[in-house]
Write a protein that binds this ligand. Structure first.
Ligand code: FES
Length: 246
C-alpha cells in the first residue's frame, strides 16, 4: 500500500490527498494559515492573498496552490508575516473600518486576522471612501463601508441559496459590492437572514437589524481566544440568522 503523500509546513509534516490545496491540507492537520476570502465550503477565490505562504522559495496563495509531495512550505516566517501585515493594512484603509463602534467587533474575522498578523495601526493613508449603508431590508442591513470584496456572500447566495443576490461590479479601485436588483436595494430581493449569504461575511458588512451587542465587546469569540486557536470555521458556523457572536 502506498503511503499518503506529504509536504512540510514550517518544519511539520503534513499529509494530503490528491487534489487538496496547501490550505485544505493544513486545516485538516489542524494548522492555521491566515485567510479571509477562503471558506472551506466554497471554491477557493484567491483574491485577498492573505493566505500567502512561501512554497519552495516562491510566494503563493495557499488556498489555490495544490499540495504536492515534498513541498517545503513556510508560513510563520518574518518575510511572509510582513507581506500579510501590509495586505491587512491596505484593506483597512481602503474601506471605513471603525472597529470600536462596529457590532461585529470581537467576532470579526478581518479584525482577528489583523491582530494575528501583528497589525496594530493602519500605516497607510486612509481613503475614506464614500459608501452607502442599505437599510431597505426589513431584517438586514448592509454597510458597504466594511466590505473587503472577498465575494463570500456572492458565492454563498449563488451556489447555496440559489438567489444570486450579490455581485461585484467595476475593476481595481472601482470594484464594489452591489445588490442585483434594478434599484440596487436589498429590500427589493428575497434575501433572508437564514440565507447562507447572511452567515459568511468575515466583516460587519451584513448585519441583522433586530439584535445588537447582545454579547458585550470584550467577551466575544476572538476577544477570548485568537483566531489561530478558534479558527474561522467556528465563527462561520453561525447560528440561524447569522448572528453568532459568542
Ligand atoms: Fe487565499 Fe484569500 S484566502 S487568497
Amino acid at each position: 500500500m502506498s503511503e499518503e503523500p506529504r509536504f512540510t509546513l514550517d518544519g511539520r509534516t503534513v499529509p494530503f490527498q490528491d487534489g487538496q490545496t496547501i490550505m485544505a491540507a493544513a486545516l485538516a492537520a489542524g494548522i492555521y494559515i491566515p485567510h479571509l476570502c477562503f471558506n472551506p465550503e466554497f471554491t477557493p477565490h484567491g483574491s485577498c492573498r492573505v493566505c500567502l505562504v512561501k512554497v519552495n522559495g516562491r510566494m503563493q496563495a495557499s488556498c489555490t496552490t495544490p499540495a504536492a509531495a515534498g513541498q517545503v512550505v513556510q508560513s510563520e516566517i518574518d518575510e511572509v508575516r510582513e507581506i500579510r501585515r501590509g495586505l491587512l493594512q491596505m484593506l483597512f484603509v481602503e474601506g471605513n473600518h471603525v472597529c470600536p463602534a462596529c457590532e461585529k467587533s470581537g467576532a470579526c474575522q478581518l479584525q482577528a486576522v489583523a491582530y494575528y498578523v501583528g497589525m496594530l495601526a493602519p500605516h497607510y493613508t486612509h481613503f475614506y471612501p464614500r459608501r452607502p449603508v442599505d437599510a431597505s431590508h426589513p431584517d438586514a442591513l448592509i454597510d458597504f463601508n466594511r466590505c473587503i470584496l472577498c465575494e463570500l456572500c456572492v458565492r454563498a447566495s449563488r451556489e447555496v441559496d440559489g438567489k444570486n443576490v450579490f455581485a461585484v461590479q467595476g475593476r481595481g479601485i472601482k470594484a464594489h459590492l452591489v445588490v442585483n436588483t434594478p434599484s440596487g436595494k436589498l429590500g427589493a430581493t428575497d434575501f433572508s437572514l437564514s440565507d447562507k449569504a447572511a452567515q459568511v461575511c468575515p466583516t460587519g458588512t451584513i448585519l441583522s437589524k433586530h439584535s445588537g451587542y447582545e454579547i458585550p465587546i470584550g467577551q466575544r469569540l476572538y476577544d477570548r481566544k485568537p483566531i489561530n486557536v478558534v479558527g474561522d470555521v467556528a465563527a462561520l458556523a453561525v447560528s440561524k440568522g447569522g448572528r453568532r457572536h459568542d
